[in-house]
Design a protein around this ligand. Structure first.
Ligand SMILES: [Ca+2]
Ligand SMILES: [Ca+2]
Ligand SMILES: [Ca+2]
Length: 452
């Protein structure tokens, strides 16, 4: 267990904050669907009823960072199936009815130009993984159809010590000309890929307990109204006077704050492949999970790129999380932008200029990486033009994305980046949850730590 290959936290014009280890007491929590449904408000773990009901399609994280073993390669990660308790990983399988996809936009319009599709057959120790792409998608809506040329990457490989597979399918194809606008005119060659699928330690770190459970089971931010409304008394919950006002204005201090996710595992899909196979330039990445409709199509249940955007800035009520999960990034300017306006106006109380700058920074919800740049990965690195320590962007396993978002919403990140003048509306005590990356990352593929 070594330091991860690309270690950068938000720093420089962002806050400078290195991950630090915290003593974390074991949490004896009964993880039940009811608990999740009541509590999940700000992580991407069980954020909608349908994700709790079908947790194999519940995305929890997306990462993209340079390979530690080859400068030519990049690593994509998606995690699903939240809150697998310690020592129980073997009881969980990927959902064989779900199509798992990495979607990659190479042209800057947040419409995918290439997709990598992953499917599973069977369950348990005999589960088999199939993968296709990166290739032009047959369609780009929330309805997906399968790429041709699915090939088996073998049996699921977390059952016998976590050995990953080198996977070089001969019939996988790569566009040789990213300049070409016509999919018909593209020619292809095979893409060597390394693939891992199986249980891993959950890399996400956040004081979720403080956020969701620390205040007599009320979440830190009472649910906000959408569409945008002025503050008014909530009639259906007498314990909250104002649904738009934070119930507390501080996180727990260092030493008291806890990474709620520390004892839990997830199921990870890790793919390492040449940067050139994804176009080699600036890409916009997101992941989707789409259950089968029972025929030949797969209907999007969740979409995830930048963590916490939907879950923090949109409300649970009015099914805003579900709505944003089920649309494509192209619609974020109509839906997610409205949610953000509401949150940034009421709980956060930011100025007009700051709100507009935050919306232009975070809408549409895609993860941007510049594959022409060396590592390390650094969250929001492309958007900040390298101001946070690197211009590759993407997201490293150790990036403190919680603090990055809190700094944007409640801190001086936006004015530090020169995107809007300081508005004097900061809430400094809310800009860090005081939890850092204290996980068991690996220095090599598949990078995420062994399951607990
Ligand atoms: Ca989720
Ligand atoms: Ca595109
Ligand atoms: Ca943090």
């Amino acid at each position: 267990m070594l330091q991860p290959p690309s270690h950068k936290t938000i720093s420089s014009t962002f806050r400078t904050r290195k991950p630090w280890a915290l003593p974390v007491a074991a949490l004896a929590l009964l993880v039940s669907p009811a608990f999740l449904q009541n509590a999940a408000r700000a992580s991407d773990h069980g954020e909608t009823a349908e994700n709790v009901a079908r947790s194999g399609a519940d995305l929890t994280d997306v990462f993209i960072f340079p390979s530690a073993s080859s400068e030519d390669n990049v690593v994509l990660v998606m995690n699903v199936q939240p809150l697998i308790p310690k020592r129980l990983s073997k009881l969980f399988s990927f959902d064989p009815e779900v199509l798992y996809q990495f979607k990659i936009d190479t042209s800057g319009d947040s419409v995918e130009d290439r997709v990598i599709q992953v499917r599973f057959k069977g369950t348990g120790a005999s589960q088999e993984i199939f993968i296709a792409g990166p290739e032009d998608p047959r369609n780009t809506s929330v309805i997906s159809t399968l790429l041709p040329n699915f090939a088996s990457a073998g049996r699921i490989n977390n059952r016998s010590g976590g050995e990953p597979k080198n996977f070089k399918p001969g019939n996988f194809r790569e566009s040789q000309s990213s300049e070409s606008q016509s999919s018909e005119s593209r020619s292809y060659k095979s893409v060597p890929m390394r693939v891992f699928a199986g249980a891993r330690e959950d890399p996400f770190f956040f004081d979720f307990e403080r956020f969701a459970l620390g205040l007599a089971t009320q979440e830190m931010f009472p649910d906000r109204r959408t569409p945008l409304e002025p503050p008014q008394p909530r009639t259906f919950d007498k314990t909250i006077k104002d649904p738009n006002k934070p119930l507390t204005t501080s996180w727990r201090p260092p030493g008291k704050a806890r990474d709620f996710f520390k004892p839990f595992n997830v199921l990870s899909i890790v793919v390492e492949l040449p940067r050139a196979a994804l176009g080699g330039g600036i890409i916009r990445l997101w992941a989707t999970t789409s259950p089968s409709d029972g025929n030949r199509s797969f209907i999007q249940q969740e979409r995830l790129a930048r963590p916490l955007i939907n879950e923090t800035l949109a409300t649970v009520s009015n099914e805003r999380h579900r709505t944003n999960n089920r649309i494509t990034p192209a619609y974020d300017r109509f839906e997610l932008a409205r949610d953000m306006e509401s949150f940034l106006t009421y709980p956060a109380g930011r100025s007009r200029a700051t709100k507009d700058a935050i919306k232009s920074l975070l809408v549409p919800d895609v993860m941007i990486a510049d594959l022409s740049k060396p590592g390390p990965a650094s969250y929001l690195g492309v958007e900040s033009k390298g101001a946070n320590g690197g211009s590759f962007g993407g997201r490293a396993l150790t990036d403190d994305v919680v603090d990055a978002l809190l700094g944007i919403i409640f801190g001086t990140t936006i004015s530090d980046m020169g995107l809007a003048p300081a508005d004097g509306k900061e809430t400094p005590s809310l800009t860090s949850d005081n939890v850092g990356a204290d996980k068991h990352f690996l220095s090599e593929f598949p990078y995420l730590g062994d399951p607990r």
